[in-house]
Design a protein around this ligand. Structure first.
Ligand SMILES: Cc1cc2nc3c(=O)[nH]c(=O)nc-3n(C[C@H](O)[C@H](O)[C@H](O)COP(=O)(O)OP(=O)(O)OC[C@H]3O[C@@H](n4cnc5c(N)ncnc54)[C@H](O)[C@@H]3O)c2cc1C
Length: 397
């Protein structure tokens, strides 16, 4: 494993850092913690403008081929950009589901017309996407999904319900799994459709999470007509397409740079706080916990560098994405839990209190990071994948 960056890559890092220093948007009061909701149209407009600015500077989807609007950049440059964005505390592009999940899927498996129609507005955030996979009763066992799509001439007619659909309340489009052959074995009768969220027959009902924000939704389909040209991959072979998107989602959720940022925020907090008149950093129990977390962060950093190195040398990532998703999402939550313990009763202060620390983000991030352990495949499911595909253990019952 080679841990050094080339001169050119270091130069690229300097360029990105300088651009971010000059262009980073001023942080607005409502930009701290949690998710965007439909109640924040101004915040959404700001986030779209930020993605547009990043795109114009060549900093969105840099790994995509140039012919599709990317930079054709290798994994090292992508890692550098990601790291600099996190270090600068730059907001992530709002259209990440399009940029990191659907876009790469369409580039690999979409038709030329689909690429031409859908990729450009993904990059500029002119069209935002949501993911319609989960249904009531079909989460971990995703292939049991029941939302039906029947062929009617040049259209599919979709009926059913999705749930936990993040950002559906303001997304323009959904990439959606539907059952097109109810008689086939469950993995074989599924298709992957692109659905216009403004189609007649779609109802979106926001669900309030424990953060108090309505980040995800129920989505109902009542005879929704979807053009056949919006089918990605072959009819009834959507499971293959769905899994391509899922592997990109796991990578998106497992950002170790985000983990490093949370850890450095935690250390800053620990330096400022004291307990019974003694600095938290002098408390042996707190020190032990911080050291333990820091060790886990460092080992994940090297794990992701190893993955980077594997990618550069064309070695398969294997179960690496599942290991990353499992460990980083749990670690993020544990870091937030340590922050709440350090804050003690201050953790309960409202965000407008003059005594609140870090603008009150820690309790919200603690709740939000718990959701990330579940979303994109729960920890238990990642452990199953690691056990079966990585360690060769027999399938569970
Ligand atoms: C914040 C958040 C955002 C989300 N956003 C989206 C989105 O945008 N689009 C979308 O489609 N979905 C989304 N989801 C849904 C997410 O993908 C599902 O919640 C997840 O796949 C788990 O499914 P479930 O909730 O139905 O739980 P279940 O599958 O019912 O699982 C319940 C419990 O049983 C355990 N379990 C289930 N099967 C097994 C097994 N075989 N072995 C061991 N343990 C098992 C699980 O680990 C879990 O602890 C989101 C979820 C969250 C929390």
């Amino acid at each position: 494993m080679d841990l050094s960056f080339s001169k050119e890559d270091e130069e690229y890092r300097r360029e990105v850092r300088a651009w971010l220093r000059k262009n980073l948007p001023k942080r607005a009061d409502d930009d701290e913690g949690g998710e965007l909701t439909v109640a924040d149209p101004e915040r959404i407009a700001r986030a779209k403008a930020w993605q547009r600015k990043l795109f114009d500077a060549g900093y969105v989807a840099i790994g995509w081929p140039k012919e599709h609007g990317g930079q054709g950049a290798g994994i090292v440059r992508q890692a550098i950009l990601n790291e600099e964005m996190v270090l600068a505390r730059a907001p992530a592009p709002i259209g990440m589901m399009g940029v990191q999940m659907l876009g790469p899927t369409l580039i690999a498996l979409g038709t030329p017309e689909q690429k031409e129609r859908f990729l450009p507005p993904i990059l500029t955030a002119d069209e935002l996407w949501c993911q319609g996979y989960s249904e009531p009763g079909s989460g971990s066992d995703l292939a049991s999904l029941k939302t039906r799509a029947e062929v009617d001439g040049d259209f599919f007619v979709v009926n059913g319900q999705k749930v936990w659909t993040s950002t559906a309340q303001f997304a323009d489009w959904m990439f959606c799994l539907v059952r097109t052959d109810p008689q086939a074995p469950k993995h074989k009768g599924i298709s992957y459709l692109l659905i216009d969220m403004r189609s007649p027959g779609i109802t979106v009902r926001p669900l309030v999470q424990m953060t108090g924000q309505a980040g995800f939704n129920e989505v109902f389909f009542d005879n929704v007509r979807v053009p056949r040209k919006n089918l990605v991959g072959r009819l009834n072979e959507g499971w293959l397409v769905a899994n391509a998107t899922l592997s990109h989602e796991r990578n998106m959720l497992a950002s170790t740079t985000r983990t490093q940022q949370l850890m450095s925020d935690l250390l800053r907090l620990a330096k400022r706080r004291s307990r019974h008149g003694v600095s938290v950093l002098r408390d042996p129990v707190a020190r032990q916990r911080l050291a333990d977390l820091q060790i886990r962060v460092e080992s994940m950093k090297y794990h992701s560098l190893k993955q980077l190195s594997d990618g550069i040398h064309g070695r398969s990532a294997g179960i690496g994405a599942s290991v990353n998703k499992l460990v980083t999402t749990e670690l993020n939550h544990d870091i937030c839990a340590a922050a709440l313990e350090i804050l003690g009763s201050h953790a309960g202060l409202s965000r407008t209190s003059p005594h609140v620390e870090d603008r009150g983000v820690w309790p919200i991030d603690w709740m939000f990071t718990l959701g990330m352990i579940i979303g994109g495949g729960t920890s238990q499911i990642q452990k199953n994948i690691i056990a079966e595909r990585g360690l060769g253990m027999p399938r569970g019952a």
